[in-house]
Design a protein around this ligand. Structure first.
Ligand code: MLT
Ligand code: MN
Ligand code: ZN
Length: 309
Protein backbone atom coordinates (compact mmCIF):
# COMPACT_ATOMS: atom_id res chain seq x y z
CA UNK A 1 0.00 0.00 0.00
CA UNK A 2 1.22 3.44 -0.89
CA UNK A 3 0.05 6.56 0.89
CA UNK A 4 0.58 10.15 -0.24
CA UNK A 5 0.19 12.83 2.40
CA UNK A 6 -1.38 15.57 0.27
CA UNK A 7 -2.20 17.94 3.12
CA UNK A 8 -1.12 17.67 6.74
CA UNK A 9 -2.72 20.79 8.26
CA UNK A 10 -6.14 21.13 9.87
CA UNK A 11 -8.84 23.51 8.59
CA UNK A 12 -7.38 26.87 7.56
CA UNK A 13 -4.03 25.39 6.54
CA UNK A 14 -0.66 26.77 7.57
CA UNK A 15 -0.42 29.71 7.53
CA UNK A 16 -4.13 30.47 7.82
CA UNK A 17 -5.11 33.52 5.76
CA UNK A 18 -6.31 35.65 8.69
CA UNK A 19 -4.18 34.29 11.54
CA UNK A 20 -1.47 36.13 13.41
CA UNK A 21 -0.62 33.40 15.91
CA UNK A 22 3.14 32.96 16.53
CA UNK A 23 3.33 30.00 14.11
CA UNK A 24 1.47 31.75 11.28
CA UNK A 25 3.51 34.93 11.74
CA UNK A 26 6.70 32.87 11.81
CA UNK A 27 6.02 30.81 8.71
CA UNK A 28 5.08 33.94 6.76
CA UNK A 29 8.37 35.50 7.84
CA UNK A 30 10.34 32.43 6.70
CA UNK A 31 11.40 31.49 10.24
CA UNK A 32 13.55 28.33 10.20
CA UNK A 33 11.79 25.21 11.50
CA UNK A 34 8.37 26.17 10.15
CA UNK A 35 7.02 24.69 6.88
CA UNK A 36 3.76 25.67 5.14
CA UNK A 37 1.09 23.00 4.99
CA UNK A 38 -2.12 22.51 3.00
CA UNK A 39 -5.36 21.15 4.40
CA UNK A 40 -6.08 17.61 5.50
CA UNK A 41 -6.08 14.98 2.76
CA UNK A 42 -4.32 11.75 1.79
CA UNK A 43 -4.37 9.42 -1.22
CA UNK A 44 -4.05 5.63 -1.06
CA UNK A 45 -3.17 3.12 -3.77
CA UNK A 46 -2.23 -0.52 -4.07
CA UNK A 47 -0.83 -0.33 -7.63
CA UNK A 48 0.57 3.22 -7.67
CA UNK A 49 -1.67 4.00 -10.68
CA UNK A 50 -5.20 4.29 -9.32
CA UNK A 51 -5.62 6.37 -6.19
CA UNK A 52 -8.39 6.63 -3.62
CA UNK A 53 -8.55 10.24 -2.51
CA UNK A 54 -9.40 10.28 1.21
CA UNK A 55 -10.98 13.69 1.77
CA UNK A 56 -11.10 16.47 -0.81
CA UNK A 57 -9.59 19.59 0.70
CA UNK A 58 -10.02 23.19 -0.49
CA UNK A 59 -6.33 22.94 -1.48
CA UNK A 60 -6.85 19.99 -3.87
CA UNK A 61 -5.70 21.95 -6.92
CA UNK A 62 -2.28 22.69 -5.38
CA UNK A 63 -2.11 19.15 -4.00
CA UNK A 64 -2.63 17.62 -7.46
CA UNK A 65 -0.03 20.00 -8.88
CA UNK A 66 2.45 18.78 -6.25
CA UNK A 67 1.77 15.05 -6.81
CA UNK A 68 2.39 13.77 -10.39
CA UNK A 69 0.68 10.45 -9.53
CA UNK A 70 -2.66 12.28 -9.44
CA UNK A 71 -2.18 14.11 -12.75
CA UNK A 72 -3.64 13.12 -16.16
CA UNK A 73 -1.55 10.60 -18.14
CA UNK A 74 -3.76 8.51 -20.41
CA UNK A 75 -6.44 10.46 -22.28
CA UNK A 76 -7.50 14.00 -23.14
CA UNK A 77 -9.28 14.17 -19.79
CA UNK A 78 -7.89 11.92 -17.06
CA UNK A 79 -6.83 11.71 -13.43
CA UNK A 80 -4.90 9.43 -11.10
CA UNK A 81 -7.80 9.96 -8.67
CA UNK A 82 -10.03 6.97 -9.35
CA UNK A 83 -12.53 7.54 -6.54
CA UNK A 84 -13.04 9.52 -3.36
CA UNK A 85 -13.81 8.67 0.26
CA UNK A 86 -14.93 11.17 2.90
CA UNK A 87 -14.36 10.48 6.60
CA UNK A 88 -16.70 13.31 7.59
CA UNK A 89 -18.53 16.29 6.07
CA UNK A 90 -16.24 19.02 7.45
CA UNK A 91 -15.44 21.92 5.12
CA UNK A 92 -11.71 21.12 5.07
CA UNK A 93 -12.47 17.55 3.94
CA UNK A 94 -15.16 18.10 1.29
CA UNK A 95 -14.88 21.53 -0.34
CA UNK A 96 -12.35 20.24 -2.89
CA UNK A 97 -15.19 18.31 -4.56
CA UNK A 98 -16.24 21.63 -6.11
CA UNK A 99 -12.80 21.93 -7.74
CA UNK A 100 -13.08 18.40 -9.15
CA UNK A 101 -16.39 19.11 -10.96
CA UNK A 102 -14.79 18.82 -14.42
CA UNK A 103 -14.15 15.14 -13.63
CA UNK A 104 -17.77 14.24 -12.82
CA UNK A 105 -19.30 11.74 -12.57
CA UNK A 106 -17.19 10.91 -9.51
CA UNK A 107 -17.69 7.97 -7.17
CA UNK A 108 -17.79 9.22 -3.58
CA UNK A 109 -17.77 6.85 -0.61
CA UNK A 110 -19.32 8.19 2.60
CA UNK A 111 -21.81 7.31 5.31
CA UNK A 112 -25.55 8.13 5.17
CA UNK A 113 -24.93 10.88 7.81
CA UNK A 114 -22.29 12.58 5.69
CA UNK A 115 -24.41 12.14 2.56
CA UNK A 116 -27.36 13.75 4.39
CA UNK A 117 -25.30 16.80 5.45
CA UNK A 118 -23.89 17.11 1.93
CA UNK A 119 -27.44 17.00 0.54
CA UNK A 120 -28.88 19.62 2.90
CA UNK A 121 -26.76 22.08 4.96
CA UNK A 122 -23.89 21.94 2.45
CA UNK A 123 -25.64 20.56 -0.66
CA UNK A 124 -22.68 19.38 -2.73
CA UNK A 125 -24.49 16.24 -3.93
CA UNK A 126 -27.58 17.97 -5.43
CA UNK A 127 -25.53 20.90 -6.70
CA UNK A 128 -22.92 18.91 -8.56
CA UNK A 129 -25.63 16.85 -10.32
CA UNK A 130 -25.52 19.61 -12.91
CA UNK A 131 -22.00 18.57 -13.91
CA UNK A 132 -22.12 15.35 -16.00
CA UNK A 133 -24.10 13.42 -13.41
CA UNK A 134 -22.21 14.78 -10.43
CA UNK A 135 -21.25 12.68 -7.43
CA UNK A 136 -22.27 9.03 -7.42
CA UNK A 137 -22.82 8.07 -3.81
CA UNK A 138 -21.17 4.81 -2.72
CA UNK A 139 -22.71 4.20 0.74
CA UNK A 140 -20.61 3.16 3.73
CA UNK A 141 -23.33 1.67 5.92
CA UNK A 142 -22.11 0.68 9.35
CA UNK A 143 -23.49 -2.17 11.36
CA UNK A 144 -25.55 -0.59 14.17
CA UNK A 145 -24.27 -2.99 16.85
CA UNK A 146 -20.58 -3.13 16.02
CA UNK A 147 -20.38 0.48 14.72
CA UNK A 148 -18.14 -0.72 11.92
CA UNK A 149 -18.28 -2.18 8.41
CA UNK A 150 -15.83 -3.91 6.11
CA UNK A 151 -15.77 -3.06 2.41
CA UNK A 152 -13.50 -2.80 -0.60
CA UNK A 153 -13.15 -0.18 -3.32
CA UNK A 154 -12.64 -1.02 -7.04
CA UNK A 155 -9.50 1.08 -7.45
CA UNK A 156 -7.61 -0.73 -4.67
CA UNK A 157 -8.52 -4.42 -5.04
CA UNK A 158 -5.64 -5.56 -2.80
CA UNK A 159 -6.79 -3.45 0.13
CA UNK A 160 -9.41 -4.38 2.70
CA UNK A 161 -11.13 -1.41 4.37
CA UNK A 162 -12.87 -1.31 7.74
CA UNK A 163 -14.71 1.91 8.58
CA UNK A 164 -15.26 2.42 12.29
CA UNK A 165 -17.45 5.07 13.95
CA UNK A 166 -15.37 7.58 15.91
CA UNK A 167 -16.32 9.89 18.71
CA UNK A 168 -15.66 13.38 17.29
CA UNK A 169 -18.20 15.97 16.05
CA UNK A 170 -20.45 16.83 13.12
CA UNK A 171 -19.70 20.06 11.19
CA UNK A 172 -20.93 23.40 12.54
CA UNK A 173 -23.65 23.55 9.86
CA UNK A 174 -24.99 20.07 10.68
CA UNK A 175 -28.15 19.58 12.79
CA UNK A 176 -26.04 17.06 14.78
CA UNK A 177 -23.31 19.56 15.80
CA UNK A 178 -22.69 18.92 19.48
CA UNK A 179 -24.50 15.57 19.48
CA UNK A 180 -22.93 13.53 16.70
CA UNK A 181 -24.27 10.16 15.63
CA UNK A 182 -22.29 7.07 14.54
CA UNK A 183 -21.32 7.78 10.92
CA UNK A 184 -20.60 11.50 11.34
CA UNK A 185 -16.89 10.67 11.76
CA UNK A 186 -15.00 7.64 10.52
CA UNK A 187 -11.68 6.05 11.20
CA UNK A 188 -10.32 3.78 8.47
CA UNK A 189 -8.44 0.58 9.16
CA UNK A 190 -6.82 -0.45 5.87
CA UNK A 191 -5.13 -3.81 5.37
CA UNK A 192 -2.92 -4.75 2.46
CA UNK A 193 -3.82 -8.38 1.83
CA UNK A 194 -0.72 -9.09 -0.27
CA UNK A 195 1.89 -8.07 2.29
CA UNK A 196 -0.07 -8.13 5.57
CA UNK A 197 0.55 -4.48 6.47
CA UNK A 198 -2.04 -2.10 7.86
CA UNK A 199 -2.79 1.57 8.41
CA UNK A 200 -5.20 3.24 10.83
CA UNK A 201 -6.24 6.68 9.55
CA UNK A 202 -8.23 8.92 11.89
CA UNK A 203 -7.76 12.67 11.30
CA UNK A 204 -10.70 13.62 13.55
CA UNK A 205 -10.70 11.75 16.84
CA UNK A 206 -12.28 13.30 19.92
CA UNK A 207 -12.18 10.40 22.37
CA UNK A 208 -10.92 6.84 22.15
CA UNK A 209 -12.99 3.79 23.01
CA UNK A 210 -11.86 0.17 23.22
CA UNK A 211 -12.82 -0.44 19.58
CA UNK A 212 -10.47 2.17 18.20
CA UNK A 213 -7.76 1.30 20.73
CA UNK A 214 -7.88 -2.31 19.53
CA UNK A 215 -7.57 -1.28 15.89
CA UNK A 216 -4.71 1.09 16.70
CA UNK A 217 -2.89 -1.76 18.42
CA UNK A 218 -3.39 -3.99 15.36
CA UNK A 219 -2.17 -1.42 12.84
CA UNK A 220 1.43 -1.32 11.69
CA UNK A 221 1.11 2.43 11.26
CA UNK A 222 -1.29 4.94 12.80
CA UNK A 223 -1.97 8.29 11.14
CA UNK A 224 -4.03 10.13 13.70
CA UNK A 225 -5.46 13.44 14.87
CA UNK A 226 -2.74 15.91 15.93
CA UNK A 227 -4.92 19.03 15.74
CA UNK A 228 -4.06 20.67 19.07
CA UNK A 229 -1.35 20.46 21.72
CA UNK A 230 -3.53 21.83 24.55
CA UNK A 231 -7.28 21.29 24.74
CA UNK A 232 -7.67 25.03 25.46
CA UNK A 233 -5.08 26.16 22.88
CA UNK A 234 -7.47 28.38 20.92
CA UNK A 235 -8.83 29.90 24.14
CA UNK A 236 -5.30 30.69 25.42
CA UNK A 237 -4.51 32.53 22.19
CA UNK A 238 -7.81 34.44 22.32
CA UNK A 239 -8.87 32.89 19.00
CA UNK A 240 -12.03 31.01 19.98
CA UNK A 241 -14.12 29.92 22.93
CA UNK A 242 -14.10 26.34 21.69
CA UNK A 243 -11.95 23.66 23.24
CA UNK A 244 -10.54 20.69 21.39
CA UNK A 245 -13.19 18.54 23.05
CA UNK A 246 -15.93 20.88 21.77
CA UNK A 247 -14.62 20.49 18.23
CA UNK A 248 -14.09 16.73 18.48
CA UNK A 249 -10.30 16.68 18.61
CA UNK A 250 -8.40 15.00 21.45
CA UNK A 251 -5.41 17.18 22.40
CA UNK A 252 -1.91 15.74 22.38
CA UNK A 253 -0.84 16.83 25.87
CA UNK A 254 -2.29 15.83 29.23
CA UNK A 255 -2.92 12.75 31.34
CA UNK A 256 -5.52 11.48 28.88
CA UNK A 257 -4.08 13.06 25.75
CA UNK A 258 -3.14 11.46 22.44
CA UNK A 259 0.54 11.10 23.39
CA UNK A 260 -0.48 8.83 26.30
CA UNK A 261 -2.68 6.81 23.95
CA UNK A 262 0.17 6.41 21.47
CA UNK A 263 2.53 5.38 24.28
CA UNK A 264 0.27 2.37 24.89
CA UNK A 265 0.84 0.97 21.37
CA UNK A 266 3.30 -1.83 20.63
CA UNK A 267 6.91 -0.63 20.28
CA UNK A 268 6.91 -1.52 16.57
CA UNK A 269 3.91 0.70 15.65
CA UNK A 270 4.78 3.68 13.50
CA UNK A 271 3.02 6.74 14.97
CA UNK A 272 2.32 9.79 12.80
CA UNK A 273 0.23 12.88 13.53
CA UNK A 274 -1.90 14.55 10.82
CA UNK A 275 -4.57 17.31 10.64
CA UNK A 276 -2.38 19.68 12.65
CA UNK A 277 -3.80 23.08 13.46
CA UNK A 278 -1.70 26.14 12.67
CA UNK A 279 -1.64 27.09 16.38
CA UNK A 280 -0.04 23.80 17.45
CA UNK A 281 3.52 24.35 18.76
CA UNK A 282 4.67 21.01 17.27
CA UNK A 283 4.69 22.72 13.86
CA UNK A 284 7.86 24.50 15.03
CA UNK A 285 10.61 21.90 14.64
CA UNK A 286 12.70 23.77 17.24
CA UNK A 287 9.97 23.79 19.93
CA UNK A 288 10.06 21.97 23.27
CA UNK A 289 6.78 20.28 22.31
CA UNK A 290 8.34 18.86 19.14
CA UNK A 291 11.20 17.50 21.26
CA UNK A 292 8.62 15.74 23.43
CA UNK A 293 7.20 14.04 20.33
CA UNK A 294 10.71 12.93 19.37
CA UNK A 295 11.18 11.40 22.82
CA UNK A 296 7.96 9.45 22.37
CA UNK A 297 8.84 8.28 18.85
CA UNK A 298 5.98 10.25 17.27
CA UNK A 299 6.36 11.72 13.76
CA UNK A 300 4.61 14.78 12.32
CA UNK A 301 3.18 14.36 8.83
CA UNK A 302 4.22 16.92 6.22
CA UNK A 303 2.92 17.69 2.74
CA UNK A 304 4.72 15.44 0.28
CA UNK A 305 5.37 12.71 2.86
CA UNK A 306 5.03 9.22 1.37
CA UNK A 307 4.40 5.98 3.18
CA UNK A 308 5.13 2.59 1.65
CA UNK A 309 3.42 -0.01 3.81
C1 MLT B 1 -12.52 20.39 12.29
O1 MLT B 1 -11.71 19.52 11.98
O2 MLT B 1 -12.94 20.47 13.45
C2 MLT B 1 -13.03 21.36 11.25
O3 MLT B 1 -12.49 21.04 10.02
C3 MLT B 1 -12.75 22.76 11.63
C4 MLT B 1 -13.09 23.69 10.50
O4 MLT B 1 -14.28 23.90 10.20
O5 MLT B 1 -12.16 24.23 9.87
MN1 MN C 1 -10.83 19.58 10.07
ZN1 ZN D 1 -2.21 30.64 13.13
Amino acid sequence: MQVLILGSAAGGGFPQWNCNCPNCQGVRAGQPGLTPRTQSSIAISSDGERWLLCNASPDIRAQIAANPELQPRRGIRDSGIAEILLVDAQIDHVTGLLSLREGCPLDVWCTPSVHRDLSSGFPLFPMLQHWQGGLRWQPIEMDVESRRVGFSVPSCPDLRFTAVALDSNAPPYSPRRGSPAPGDNLGLFIEDIANATSLLYAPGLGALDDEIRTLMKQAGCVLVDGTLWHDDELQRLGISRSSGADMGHLALAGERGMIRELDALPATTRRILIHINNTNPILDETSAERAVLDEHGIEVAFDGMRLSL
